[in-house]
Design a protein around this ligand. Sequence first.
Ligand SMILES: Cc1cc2nc3c(=O)[nH]c(=O)nc-3n(C[C@H](O)[C@H](O)[C@H](O)COP(=O)(O)OP(=O)(O)OC[C@H]3O[C@@H](n4cnc5c(N)ncnc54)[C@H](O)[C@@H]3O)c2cc1C
Length: 377
Amino acid sequence: MTNILISGASVAGTATAYWLRRHGFTVTVVERAPEIRKGGYKVDIRGAALTVIERMGLLRAVRAHSTEMTIATNYDARGRVMATMDADLFGGRHKDDAEIMRGDLTELLYELTRDEVEYVFDDSITAIGEDGTVTFERSAPRRFDYVVGADGVHSNVRKLAFGEEKQFARDLGYQIAIATVPNHLGLDREEAVHLAPGRTANVYSTKQDGDAKALFMWSGEQDVHEAFAGVGWEVPKLLEAVRQSDDFYRDTLTQIHMDSWSKGRVVLVGDAGYCASPASGQGTSLALVGAYVLAGELAGGSLDGYEREMRHFVEENQKLGPTNIKGIVLASAGMIWFQLKMIKLLPRLPWKDAMIDRIAGGIGRAANAISLKNYVE
Ligand SMILES: Cc1cc2nc3c(=O)[nH]c(=O)nc-3n(C[C@H](O)[C@H](O)[C@H](O)COP(=O)(O)OP(=O)(O)OC[C@H]3O[C@@H](n4cnc5c(N)ncnc54)[C@H](O)[C@@H]3O)c2cc1C
């Protein structure tokens, strides 16, 4: 019996656990948090990843948890409506794509696997020996045939097996912060956006969430309060709410680029191996497809196949990050003016379809840049 340890119980970890079980492996998942991390922000599932969700039998459940976002509205510094846009187009979604809160997706994946997979919470790997002996912060040492790092962009397994993060990290030059805040604007399945040069503030509320999420992205290295000091619209109120929030998250927008995702008996999946950054909008889909391909190729007896099948798909999706962020955080007042004008004019433009394809087409093509083998009949 092949024993596999997965580090991380978010999207990549739980999905990999599912597919490894389907191929008959014995699976243990170790997660640093005391339980499955609920909540989070909204994430998209597109293209090949929807096929993976369908093959897991989860499509209906994912659709039932849809955020059902309807509209995105841009406001100026004084709170005047500058432009509105269909929420799917704003998020680069085609009509079949799904959007769900990350916590809801992880919970669905956890429920699907919890009876057949051993989950160990509140623990973390401290060392991985060449013979497969793994030591933990709390649990007793155990031997595994493979160790899968599904522990995110700042992966612990990557550090232990491949070395320091800085060798693989590509800083895109932007910061992201997100926090749950009271829905003081009364948003109902909608997003509200304010653009200032080099700074974008967004607040949204989904069908699944009575609260709202305040999301900030900006260029440079300042913290969110410094970067947004003096910005108008609802920003001062949102910053104050962020101070009170208990789930504030902030990180540098970083991608992970590696020549190989496996070394000996250790292999990486999802953000741990090939984070495309939240700006790509494809991190969740990469994790789901990576989980499916990794398990299928491992069942076929080779990690080389995983590298071969995934490389092009990963590269195409990683290209989206640096490009998209320049359209999310606009560098100058002139660019903001132009973008808002375009959004306003869009419905009346003769080349409307070409414009929409420019906005959503690239991500759609990247999301489908792999033909999935049928590993499980
Ligand atoms: C603010 C934000 C917005 C995003 N928006 C989008 C979006 O719109 N669309 C999209 O597709 N993607 C989005 N993403 C990216 C998406 O969340 C990830 O790409 C996706 O969740 C896949 O991640 P993962 O499972 O590989 O890693 P993660 O979701 O980061 O999970 C890593 C897991 O490993 C655990 N862990 C960490 N260290 C250890 C350790 N030492 N031991 C054990 N466990 C550990 C963590 O607790 C966590 O559960 C966004 C990300 C962020 C941060």
